[in-house]
Design a protein around this ligand. Structure first.
Ligand code: TRP
Length: 331
């Protein structure tokens, strides 16, 4: 059994890309592994220092995680700031994280470009905070996408450095959790790239979207003038809507439109109408559960408290041991 840790920043609702990319795998992982899934609200301050409604954003993700099928009895579902032990480990790790290596981090260089007026120390030390999230539970596996691989590599560097400096074999080396073929790429609706909340208005279909919104977004999805030759290769935008259909529609529906494309009889309007209805069918149970859980304040509080207690049990043990290793002693 592995100890698995994964965090998500509370910067928007969950969309189909989140669901097919990671969430679906989290749900199956929780039966086999010791999983910690948390909401990285400390991290969100590196880019949004004065959030409008931090608590509401955190609550929304927690509710959507539950609605999607994460089970608070099986996994430890918690909020990062509920476990201040994380920030203490962050402090220790920062003492042995070198400015040079932090400055070389790709995500830091990107952020400098994106927010030149707020190049804060939290941004620079984002990788040490993420390492603290992972090392606090002495995790062995981290399900991350390509964009987080460098952060995971830095986590290994910090953990190994700690072991070497204090001459212990304390932190295991966390590895990327490989979903193998399970990883399905979900494209967005505006013709290129992947589904994402920051990829522009209307690009993502959210689990909480109302049917009317889904219809509107899908009907606006980018297409082209249509194929002119039989079995013509599909350009990216067209591949994208077929890929979306593949994940939400039946195989028969997919085959039907694929055949229409290959025989140059495709009518994108019809295809998009069908895609929208199938997306509505797919997301409706999620939307209904999200609404039900959102209104059950007592349940949401109970889940958060339970997660906090379980996460703190593991985190407090690590901090106790790290303090001892570094040389802090009780008077
Ligand atoms: N940096 C991750 C992201 O942007 C979020 C994150 C924070 C995380 N701490 C983590 C992911 C620990 C995995 C493990 O997606």
């Amino acid at each position: 059994m592995e100890t698995v840790v994964s965090g998500i920043r509370p910067t928007g609702n969950l969309h189909l890309g989140n669901y097919f990319g990671a969430l679906r795998n989290f749900i199956s992982m929780q039966n086999e592994h010791n999983c910690y899934f948390f909401i990285a609200d400390y991290h969100s301050l590196t880019t949004h220092p004065t959030p409008q409604d931090l608590h509401g954003n955190v609550r929304q993700i927690l509710v959507e995680y539950l609605a999607a099928g994460l089970d608070p009895e099986k996994s430890t579902l918690y909020i990062q700031s509920d476990v201040p032990e994380v920030s203490e480990l962050y402090l220790f790790l920062n003492m042995n994280a070198y400015i040079g290596e932090l400055e070389r981090c790709t995500s830091f260089k990107d952020k400098i470009r994106q927010q030149p007026n707020n190049v804060n120390a939290g941004l620079l030390t984002y990788p040490t905070l993420m390492a603290a999230d992972i090392l606090i539970h002495r995790a062995t596996k981290v399900p991350v996408g390509k964009d987080q691989e460098q952060h995971l590599e830095m986590t290994r560097t910090f953990g190994n450095r700690f072991n070497r400096l204090y001459n212990v074999d304390y932190f295991p080396e966390p590895q990327a959790f490989n979903f193998g073929q399970e990883l399905v790429k979900i494209p967005g609706l505006n013709g290129s790239g992947k589904m994402g909340k920051s990829e522009g208005e209307g690009n993502a279909i959210f689990l909480a979207d109302e049917p009317g919104d889904i219809r509107k977004k899908v009907m606006k999805a980018v297409t082209d003038a249509g194929p002119t030759e039989p079995n013509q290769a599909k350009p990216e935008a067209i591949q994208n809507i077929f890929q979306l259909m593949k994940v939400v529609s039946t195989p028969e529906t997919f085959e039907y439109f694929d055949e229409k494309y290959n025989t140059c009889q495709i009518r994108y309007g019809d295809m998009k109408k069908q895609l929208a209805e199938d997306m509505i069918l797919f997301t409706t149970p999620f939307r209904e559960r999200i609404k039900a859980i959102l209104s059950d304040e007592e349940y949401v509080s109970k889940v958060a408290r339970m997660g906090k207690n379980k996460a703190q049990e593991s985190a407090a043990k690590t901090i106790r041991e790290v303090r001892e290793i570094v040389g802090f002693k009780k008077f």
